[in-house]
Design a protein around this ligand. Structure first.
Ligand SMILES: Cc1cc2nc3c(=O)[nH]c(=O)nc-3n(C[C@H](O)[C@H](O)[C@H](O)COP(=O)(O)O)c2cc1C
Length: 342
């Protein structure tokens, strides 16, 4: 309540990139660790997810893009997320697109961005990571590049810091990535990555509408046939907007929820029961998580929901999801697949 009616309106008056910077600084303060009340709450056992020989305390993770340079992974985990996606990390340092490149649409609980991969670069990100850290099991690393070699360099260097790589071929703000929307290029890329790591590989696809369904399902199938362990469905929705310096970017937030549910059902039917599916796009509450999992997702990620709901976002989802399972007489979140939507 305090966040929604007091803090969020103030943050919306400030430039969104400045408010992001301030949030990052706050999370980095040493006393945040001791003052953060959420970190002291244990999570309920019924929301633990077991997938690919890994266990996650909660199905809700933070999507790529919030902690691009892996500066605040531990404090973000202490906010109740089951896992954090660090990145997207690129080989070279990049400044991204010219500003303005990020703004809120509060009435739709949406964001539009055209950041275009600002990154401190692989070498500098590596300095922020610790291969012995206990959080390795809760860290997905998102990497990208406009050539196979760039992506493979990131995977090889970061291999010891994570168990799961997310390969971002879908940022709407980086035109070079479209190379990997060609199934034979994508197939070659995935095969090459598989040869360079024993970690799990997820491919993050662009979202699709009904008209583009077949093309995107063919990218999904190609990824799995080439050896990917799963998919992240999906990135932000490409959109034109004259407020952005570059005129186009990606739409995210509540406007995507319905489309995400449809894509999850389609992609699960298309790739069969085994590959991992991470739902991403418009996930705001425990009902969205329930519905994504019921339709075939294994885990979920959110970015814009966290911005609009604030620091208690994941903690509240965990609590309410656990209560929902008890009300429905379902023992574990792992048993929700195939249930009716709510
Ligand atoms: C400001 C911003 C930056 C983002 N940066 C990245 C990124 O670096 N890599 C990536 O794979 N996705 C990035 N995304 C996309 C999100 O990870 C997510 O796929 C998308 O926002 C849809 O989820 P949401 O509706 O929960 O925000 C970004 C999204 C936003 C809003």
């Amino acid at each position: 309540m305090i966040y929604k009616f007091l803090i969020l309106p103030i943050l919306q008056l400030i430039n969104p990139e400045v408010s992001h910077f301030l949030a990052e600084k706050l999370l980095q303060l040493p006393f945040f660790k001791y003052l953060n009340p959420i970190g002291y709450f244990p999570k309920s056992k019924n929301i633990r997810v077991n997938v690919m020989d890994l266990e996650f305390d909660s199905p809700i993770g933070l999507a790529a893009g919030y902690d691009k340079n892996c500066k605040t992974i531990e404090p973000l985990i202490s906010l109740g997320f089951g896992f954090i996606t660090g990145g997207t990390i690129t080989l070279q340092e990049r400044f991204g697109n010219p500003r303005p490149r990020l703004f809120h649409i509060p009435e739709k609980e949406a964001l539009i961005n055209s950041l275009g991969f600002p990154s401190i670069g692989l070498e500098n990100v590596e300095k922020k990571l610790n291969s012995k850290s206990k959080i390795k099991n809760k860290l997905f690393l998102s990497v990208s590049g406009i050539s196979e070699d760039e992506i493979i360099s990131c995977v090889e260097t970061l291999d010891k810091y994570t168990n799961i790589f997310e390969i971002n071929i879908s940022s709407p703000n980086t035109s070079g990535l479209r190379l990997f929307h060609n199934p034979s290029e994508l197939s070659k890329l995935v095969e090459k990555i598989k040869k360079s790591t024993h970690n799990k590989i997820l491919i993050k696809l662009p979202p699709w509408t009904d008209e583009l369904k077949q093309d995107h399902l063919s990218l999904a199938q190609t990824s799995i046939l080439a050896g990917a362990d799963g998919l992240v469905i999906a990135n932000s929705m490409p959109t034109n907007n004259s407020k952005l310096a570059v005129g186009k970017g990606g739409l995210s937030g509540k406007v995507l929820t319905e489309n995400t549910l449809r894509m999850i059902a389609e992609v699960r039917a298309s790739i069969g029961p085994n590959p991992l599916i991470v739902a991403c796009g418009g996930i705001f509450d425990e009902r969205d998580i329930w519905n994504c999992i019921a339709l075939g997702a294994d885990l979920c990620q959110a970015y814009t929901g966290f911005i609009y709901k604030g620091p208690f976002f994941a903690h509240n989802i965990n609590k309410k999801l656990s209560q929902l399972l008890i009300e429905k007489n379902i023992k574990s979140i792992n048993d929700v697949k195939g249930s009716s939507l709510i």
